[in-house]
Design a protein around this ligand. Structure first.
Ligand code: ATP
Length: 318
């Protein structure tokens, strides 16, 4: 068995590619995940998110490059011991419909060497104890998703792979789900979380990766990505009642969207603008909003789209 150079490093992908006869599902991807880190994996349909999860699980092998999980290649014969330390929630989870929730979870718990008691504790954690004696075929989408999460949490895994975990969950269940992620993280679990649903994710992830058609567009903490894209900060002062339109310095930052005072300000000018606004005696309050994950994500996708159009146009000219 090989050991990682860094003991807290759980997953490493080096120049990983996954090619199918007519398609490149992943192209030269580098990534790493350390103990207790939560990584958000974002991308449109077909971006390669599930492919990356399958490579980490070892259910498919890379066409090029290396995947290492807990010190070994996940598709190798020696990887069985680390599989018990991984929890996986697939997209569109499905179970044995005729069994009860408790029977399903006990079955999966026993496969990993855990007891019925452990299964019951997990059902309690995800809030479906009340339905544990009912057949899964009577469960709603949200209840199935909770059962799927309980299945992924069996044995307090070191690594959790969650594909669209909040799909089908109502807002309360979504908030409870993120609480569980935060709690698992604080206990040292590492999490990879794939999602199309960006609002609400950002405060629970340490880093984000943005994929498009198998290419890595961006990777880093939200603060790093924000700095890279340099999107403007939205500043909304209250109590100035249109006086900003007479301020030669501030006027250029007004959005012009509506009659409200909203300024879009580059990061480098933020402090100067805030000082200027604070000099107004009538100022009552001020909101400062940096670009959110959704805006950063849209920016990278648009940039990629423009680049592709540019490349195609150049090819046609040649
Ligand atoms: N076995 C396969 N043979 C051929 N192409 C495949 C195979 N598996 C996946 N693909 C293709 O690889 C690309 C990436 O698929 P993947 O499932 O990783 O995307 P995704 O980002 O998870 O998308 P979604 O959000 O829709 O689940 C897609 O174009 C898909 O059709």
């Amino acid at each position: 068995m090989t050991h990682s150079v860094n003991d807290s490093r759980l997953v490493t992908l080096k120049q990983v590619g996954k090619h199918y006869p007519k398609l490149i599902a992943l192209d030269s991807i580098d990534m790493h995940l350390d103990q207790g880190e939560v990584l958000g994996l974002f991308g449109h349909n077909g971006a390669g998110k599930t492919t990356m999860m399958k490579l980490i699980l070892g259910v498919i092998s890379p066409s090029s490059g290396q995947v290492e999980v807990m010190g070994c290649a996940p598709d190798s014969k020696t990887a069985w011991h680390m599989r018990t330390r991984i929890g996986y929630l697939p997209e569109n989870v499905s179970f044995y419909e005729q069994l009860t929730g408790l029977e399903v979870l006990t079955y999966f718990a026993r496969l990993k060497g855990y007891s019925k008691k452990h299964a019951m504790a997990l059902l309690e954690q995800v809030g479906i104890t009340y339905a544990m004696k009912r057949q899964v075929k009577t469960y709603s989408k949200g209840m199935r998703q909770r059962l799927g999460l309980a299945q992924a949490f069996i044995g307090q895994p070191k690594l959790l792979l969650l594909d669209e975990p909040t799909v089908g969950l109502d807002p309360i269940a979504t908030a409870e789900f993120y609480q569980t992620v935060d709690q698992l993280k604080s206990q040292g679990t590492s999490v990879i979380l794939c999602s199309h649903v960006l609002p609400g994710v950002e405060q629970h992830i340490d880093r984000a990766m943005i994929l498009s058609s198998g290419h890595l567009l961006a990777s880093g903490s939200l603060a790093e990505l924000r700095t890279q894209v340099d999107l403007p900060i939205r500043i909304k002062p209250y109590g100035l009642n249109g006086t900003l339109r007479q301020d030669a310095q501030l006027m250029q930052y007004l959005t012009g969207e509506n009659t409200q005072d909203i300024l879009l300000v580059p990061e480098k000018d933020k402090l100067a603008i805030l000082r200027q606004l604070l000099s107004y005696p009538s100022l009552q309050n001020i909101d400062v909003e940096p670009a959110n994950l959704e805006q950063v994500y849209q920016h990278y996708l648009m940039q990629h789209q423009h680049q592709n159009q540019h490349d195609t146009a150049a090819e046609h000219r040649e």
